[in-house]
Design a protein around this ligand. Structure first.
Ligand SMILES: [Zn+2]
Length: 348
């Protein structure tokens, strides 16, 4: 493992502050549309099925925008309380209604989800007249501090191959990022190019995707099946470090030990070559290269512009945050969505 008692104690302390922030503070200077149910509609075999509409795909040569969110707040009354954790949820999270309207707005405003590896390779393409967008969800771990706060508790692969979210009481719901993106793409196929969905960034200190004990055999088997299904349906996994480390502050030895620990836990997800900096905090240049050498040549920070640059062996890309703080600067969100439409009236 490489991380002993004192380090574990340090990580434990870090988690307190993470929890107090609602998990995911970042650093930068800086009525939902109805969706159809996911139940499949059976087509009578006697009715001819029209051929799929031909879509002209065109290459995209300009910088590609990226947006990120966290797991969704499903019950604002439980999440948006007037304490430090509640204010963290208000600042850094969005609700299910907000995310549903966001997807509708992205579609209406001409955005199309693309695969991040195509962006890096320079082979991204979109239906003619549309613009590419990489969607990222951070902290898809469903941390303990979510419990009782009106968020989902994990992702589940159900018998028919769909991925749903599980609530605290075990009930399944389609109100979370993955199932809502699937539903939106099913309704608007031009919302996705080349079957892309989004990037799911996970830490390792409380398991993966809501499975707390990822190393336990039955949980490991569930995770392997879930991860395989997500990958097969266009989702890409990324590291968000094992311990949600601030990579601009920790020494190299801590960061590289954390990286090995993340690989130990997250091997079940399959090959991963993307690192999403916690808090958007960029490590020192030499550390960026060490992390690339450790298997993470694609690294993502946070900014309010689309940026893609080659820094040695690293492709460094920026992402914009979609959350309560972003809603306070509506003019900046206008190319993507209208805050007046997206903002949930249930917010305090
Ligand atoms: Zn985070």
């Amino acid at each position: 493992m490489g991380i002993g008692g004192p380090r574990a104690a340090m990580v434990g302390m870090a988690l307190v502050s993470v929890a107090a922030l609602g998990g995911c503070g970042w650093q930068v200077a800086a009525e939902p549309a109805p969706r159809p149910a996911l139940t499949s509609v059976t087509t009578p075999t006697s009715v001819p099925v029209p051929p799929p509409r031909r879509v002209d795909m065109v290459p995209w040569r300009q910088p590609v925008e990226e947006l990120f969110v966290h797991p969704l707040v499903l019950d604002p009354a439980l999440a948006f309380t007037d304490d430090r954790l509640g204010r963290g949820f208000q600042d850094y999270f969005v609700t299910d209604r907000e995310f549903g309207t966001l997807l509708d707005q992205l579609w209406r405003n001409g955005w199309t989800l693309v695969d991040i590896h195509r962006v890096v390779d320079g082979t991204v393409r979109v239906p003619a007249g549309r613009k590419p967008l990489v969607l990222v969800e951070d902290d898809v771990n469903y941390y303990r501090y979510f419990e009782g706060r009106g968020l989902a508790a994990g992702l589940v692969l159900v018998a028919d191959g769909r991925v749903q979210a599980r609530l605290d009481d075990g009930t399944l719901t389609d109100e979370d990022v993955v199932p809502m993106v699937e539903a939106a793409v099913a309704t608007h196929p031009e919302l996705s190019a080349d079957d892309a969905r989004g990037v799911l960034a996970v830490t390792g200190y409380e398991g993966l995707l809501g499975e707390r004990h990822a190393d336990q055999p039955t949980a490991h088997a569930r995770l392997a099946a879930l991860a395989a299904r997500l990958r097969a349906t266009g989702w890409t996994f990324a590291s968000h470090t094992w311990g949600h480390l601030d990579l601009s502050k920790q020494p190299a030895s801590t960061i590289m030990a954390d990286t090995r620990r993340w690989r130990d836990v997250a091997g079940v997800l399959g090959p991963v070559d993307i690192l999403v900096y916690p808090y958007g905090a960029r490590p020192a240049p030499s550390l960026m290269q060490q992390l690339a050498a450790a298997g993470f040549p694609i690294q993502l920070d946070i900014d309010v512009v689309a940026r893609q640059e080659k820094v040695g062996a690293v492709t460094l890309m920026s992402r914009r945050h979609v959350d309560g703080l972003a809603f306070d600067v509506p003019e900046r969100q206008r190319p993507f969505y209208d805050v007046a439409l997206v903002r949930d009236p249930r917010r305090p």
